[in-house]
Design a protein around this ligand. Sequence first.
Ligand code: UT7
Length: 378
Amino acid sequence: MLQAPIYAHIIGWGMALPTKVMTNKEISAFVETDDDWIFARTGIKERRIANEEESTATLAYTAAQRALEVADILPLDLDLVIVATSTPENIFPSTASLVQDWLNAHDAGAFDLSAACSGFVYALNMAADSIRAGSIKTAMVIGSETMSRILDWQDRSTCILFGDGAGAVVLAASEHPGGVLSSVLRSDGAGSDLLAIPSVGSIDAEESRAGANGYKLYKMYMAGGEVFKFATRVVNESIEQASKMAGIAVGDIDLVIPHQANFRILQAAARKLGIEIDKFMSNVEQYGNTSAASIPIALCEAIDQRRIHDKDHIALVGFGGGLTWASMIIQWGIPKPSEQHGSLLNRQRRNALYQMARLRSKSRRWRRRVKNTINEIR
Ligand code: UT7
């Protein structure tokens, strides 16, 4: 008997932003820049900066809880947690494993995905493919960053651009046609010297320590002009490719949710695609560039602003370090963005599971220590 095709739909979404706002004026107090330059060249007015208690994992956790709330499912229903990030909590364990533990998603696999600012689209594609292949039913896909921790705050060409935040979606199997229709993932490692954060194991690490090549270990470096040219080339090209794969014309796209790097990049892409700039979602003014988090945050805000309707074709497009770029076409389906979710009983069960998760981890660690101590005494 022929099996009905499986589709992968977004059924929940959530975002988390630090409360601390840093304005352009505040940045101009410690590097030589000003609000007029930053706004005119990038469209950015302010960004959010994590406090001491906030991290890539805590922001991801809050965004994920909110996404579960909208989907109105339990963390136990998750089969997979992916966190796209360039600012992971650790090299390992993955930030996704921390989030999986805190959520009490104990039947889920978890891993981080590194594709810089394209990471969220890459991760969504991986989850959608796993769902459509039938190997999983439900995934939590998160983009989360604390860019403020890897910025060189003396470098005015990068420190003005970035901010912190997280966005998450729940992706689920459905027989309802639509959801993720197509994805185009690309990379050009020849551009790896244009945008980087040298880290443990980097062949540049020793030189980095000495500062010989201009890189600083664990600090971001970007050749902005080159990356700008690359971005304005690939955004429209990859949206065109993803549209073709989805069997739609570019003119059928109802809303583009692009990576929020620079408003001028969006203007150039809109011009080249022949799409009105109004069809590009942008919140770069308030949050700056939050790397892998920028697309899911913009998606959440587009839903809140009721810019997404049933059956709409949405284009996601990411671009950044690697170099990497990625586009995806989604046909919005279930549930309707205006629907209110969250039954009281399920909310209580989720909260109980979050409480139990903390206790479960603590007791497991405690039991391990006691066992080790007993073994040592023996
Ligand atoms: O998320 C990953 C993807 N990232 C991107 O897509 C970022 C792409 N790049 C960009 O958005 C832009 O290249 C920047 C916003 C980073 C820079 O804008 P630009 O128009 O390309 O400026 P520029 O680097 O060509 O610099 C122009 C001038 C230079 O001065 P001179 O050499 O002309 O005298 C810079 O030194 O502006 C100067 N400048 C600044 N002036 C005031 C550079 N940064 C600043 C600053 N404030 N913050």
